[in-house]
Ligand binder design. Structure first.
Ligand SMILES: Cc1cc2nc3c(=O)[nH]c(=O)nc-3n(C[C@H](O)[C@H](O)[C@H](O)COP(=O)(O)OP(=O)(O)OC[C@H]3O[C@@H](n4cnc5c(N)ncnc54)[C@H](O)[C@@H]3O)c2cc1C
Length: 246
């Protein structure tokens, strides 16, 4: 019995040391980074962020310092796998900037954050095809998913989006924050005209569902909004029956 109690006590001691050490490390790393907001560093260290935050140099920082355009170099202080709490912290901080990064295929630095934090949106993917009556099917997609995967998943159910991009290695969040144009745009409009509903994390860290009927200002602001109105964390993309021949 004494042995079991001893083992339990040791386990808790290790856990406490681990938690204190982890928070201490995050705070130290943050202070030694170019993030100038000491208070933000304290809040980051104290909050239980979902996902991991990386301050030191490494491949993730290097990748997040540039985009497909290669014309702008903006080295962030940190890269984070998305965490709604950080959005709240940035909202409350006068200095801390954040930028969502879908697949980094912007050409002019839109997904970069000089001395701020880059949210690595590719960390969460997932597609659920919801098959309904004609014109009512949709793909329920997580923020970091790529169009190529949405097309594959839809096709497997005999469906396809109405509108996508010509180049399909782009993220849902990144293209819906622009417009998303292709050959189909002439017939069905851009991608942003073919969305039923969005989930957007706004400044207070709440994930908010919005649509043309529910919170239309947020819905139309986030679509084509370059991440300035919130972070798109989910989208319902309209699907239609796919043709065997075109
Ligand atoms: C080779 C190539 C081919 C392309 N082909 C096409 C095409 O066929 N059709 C077309 O329309 N465009 C095309 N583009 C342009 C492309 O659509 C945009 O650059 C798009 O934004 C890139 O998507 P991304 O996932 O890489 O987004 P990123 O470059 O990572 O992000 C784009 C913007 O959206 C913001 N953002 C990213 N994710 C989110 C999110 N979840 N919530 C809120 N904001 C977010 C970023 O902060 C940034 O402002 C192409 C670009 C390249 C380089």
């Amino acid at each position: 019995m004494g042995c079991v109690r001893g083992a339990m006590a040791l386990w808790w001691l290790i856990m406490i040391i681990f938690i204190v050490r982890t928070r201490g490390d995050i705070y130290r790393d943050c202070l030694s980074s170019p993030i100038v907001d000491k208070n933000a560093c304290k809040m980051i260290a104290e909050s239980k962020l979902e996902g991991s935050i990386l301050f030191t140099s490494g491949p993730a920082i290097t990748e997040a310092s540039s985009d497909f355009g290669g014309m702008v170099k903006s080295k962030p202080a940190a890269v984070l796998s998305p965490a709604s709490k950080l959005i709240k912290i940035a909202n409350a901080s006068p200095n801390l900037t954040i930028a969502a990064r879908g697949n980094g295929h912007s050409l002019s630095g839109q997904s970069l954050a000089l001395n701020g934090v880059v949210l690595n949106m590719s960390s969460l993917r997932g597609i659920k095809i919801v098959k309904k009556g004609d014109g009512q099917s949709y793909a329920d997609v997580k923020w970091g998913e790529l169009w190529v995967n949405v097309l594959r998943a839809a096709q497997a159910s005999g469906l396809s989006p109405k509108s996508w991009t010509d180049y399909i290695d782009l993220s849902i969040g990144g293209t819906l924050s622009n417009a998303g144009v292709s050959g189909q745009t002439y017939r069905y409009g851009p991608e942003i005209s073919n969305v039923l509903q969005l989930e957007v994390v706004i400044g207070n860290a709440n994930a908010t569902k919005c649509s043309p009927e529910n919170q239309p200002d947020l819905f139309y602001g986030a679509l084509g909004g370059l991440g300035q109105f919130g972070i798109i964390t989910g989208a319902q993309i309209i699907l239609q029956r796919t043709y065997e021949r075109v």
